[in-house]
Design a protein around this ligand. Structure first.
Ligand code: MG
Length: 459
């Protein structure tokens, strides 16, 4: 079989209940609904973390965050501008795997795996990069603080990168999604004759939300709905472009989100409990749609457990290349789930890590909570019957609890559990550079579009 093109779209903080095809009645998402109708909707798809940087590192490397040193970032839950840590070049990203298989590779959008040289997309197998190296609330913005503890001066101007250079500072965020999709289309046209890998990582729906008038006018759900509908429009553009290039049957498109919604200001994880930053289902279970006409049957849905970590081995298998044999990779090839209605999940257990704490484990329909925010807890939910995690059945299922606890013990030996002081036996260090420096510094004479963003929302 020829190597398929791969387009991976990742949203920022888009919740499980934010798309029409996942039950939203607030947001109009006709293109994504069509994509689901023409492909496969995953109903039990997990990111490996409920927050950005570890989720993205796991997606790229196919590993649980603690495996690659991404459980925390010098004690912080995500990366902040000019930290001296990031994804080391010794890690093998999906872009590097596909690049080695002959693919042309392009990333557009939010990276958030380190902003120092050797941590950037162009150090990780992407031929080219255009986007924000971290979150869109990490620039100069009213009410800015540098760290969660506060008292430092504000962040440096928000950089927009072209490859590894700063192209603009404090860009107009409302126009950025249009620029992203234009760059994506340019790449598809340029590389139409050979296998390509496009990773498009939207800045939406992370706060602050600057949306274009057209979407603010058309949505019934305020700026949040406008951002969701802008994402949907970019999906329409991509679907149109792939069809126009005659590449529908040679192109796998996967659409997902890096973590759950904050569930404020119009966002929804319904019918799941919890929000971004938690290991309730709403923090970590996300929408995922896969479309490949002629290969993936139309209009399917699956409730088999699959994870973002599975994409690397799946893409590698489709490209016909081996994964590196010198390291543990947690993801599994889910080609069978994509192509075969009767296939089952390759995962006996899914682990819910928040930072370096193992907070829960799922096997089949059962989910055992072990800790929450650093404190021990023990609750068992039957996700098959109780998707909202409201009815704790721990006392009724001692055999299930014992089985899941044994899985948790295995996981702790391998990946560690900081809350219990357990160091993992099979973990690799985060990348470090000496003397990190910010990509930008504020200069009052610079011609910024906006020297300070005027929305105070963040998160
Ligand atoms: Mg996020």
């Amino acid at each position: 079989m020829d190597q398929p093109n791969v387009i991976l779209v990742n949203c920022d903080d888009l919740g499980y209940g934010d798309l029409g095809c996942y039950g939203s009645r607030l947001n109009a998402t006709p293109a994504l609904d069509r994509m689901a109708a023409e492909g496969l909707r995953f109903d039990d798809f997990y990111m490996a973390s409920p927050v950005c940087s570890p989720s993205r590192g796991a997606l790229l490397t196919g590993c649980y965050p603690p495996r690659i040193g991404f459980g925390d970032f010098e004690g912080l839950p995500v990366l902040f501008p000019s930290q001296g840590v990031g994804l080391p070049p010794t890690e093998v990203s999906m872009a590097r795997v596909l690049s080695a298989a002959g693919y042309r590779t392009q990333m557009v959008g939010k990276w958030h795996c380190g902003d120092q040289p050797s941590f950037l997309p162009t150090d990780h197998g992407f031929d080219h990069y255009f986007g924000l190296p971290y979150s869109n609330d990490m620039g100069r913005q009213v009410g800015t603080r540098t760290t969660p503890d506060g008292d430092q001066p504000g962040y440096p101007p928000l950089p927009l990168l072209l490859d590894d250079e700063v192209l603009e500072q404090q860009p107009d965020q409302a126009s950025l999604t249009g620029r992203y999709v234009a760059e994506a289309v340019r790449f598809l046209r340029a590389e139409r004759g050979r296998p390509f890998f496009l990773y498009l990582a939207h800045l939406y729906v992370h706060l602050p939300i600057y949306a274009q008038e057209r979407f603010l006018r058309s949505t019934r759900n305020g700026p949040y709905g406008a951002a969701v509908e802008a994402i949907d429009w970019t999906t329409e553009v991509l679907l149109h472009e792939v069809a126009s290039l005659g590449l529908d049957e040679q192109t796998l498109i996967v659409f997902t989100s890096d973590n759950g919604s904050l569930a404020r200001a119009g966002g929804s994880n319904s019918p799941l409990r919890g929000t971004k930053g938690t290991t309730w289902e709403g923090g970590i279970r996300v929408p995922c749609i896969a479309r490949w006409p002629g290969r993936i049957g139309a209009g399917r849905a699956t409730s088999e457990v699959a994870t973002a970590m599975d994409l690397l081995p799946t893409f590698a298998a489709l490209a016909g290349v081996e994964l590196p044999g010198d390291r543990t990779i947690d993801g599994r090839d889910i080609g069978a789930l994509l192509f075969d209605e009767d296939a089952s999940s390759p995962h006996e257990a899914f682990l819910y890590y928040r930072m370096n704490d193992l907070e829960a484990v799922r096997s089949g329909r059962w989910k055992l909570h072990l800790a929450r925010g650093g404190a021990e807890c023990r609750e068992l939910y039957d996700l098959g019957a109780d998707l909202g995690e409201t009815d704790d059945v721990l006392a009724e299922q001692p055999d299930v609890v014992a089985r899941l606890e044994s899985m948790a013990e295995d996981a702790r030996r391998s990946l560690g559990d900081a809350r219990l002081g357990i160091r993992g036996r099979d973990v690799r260090p985060i990348g470090r550079v000496e003397h990190p420096s910010p990509l930008t510094t504020y200069d009052p004479s610079h011609p910024y579009y906006a020297s300070e963003y005027d929305l105070a929302d963040r998160g």
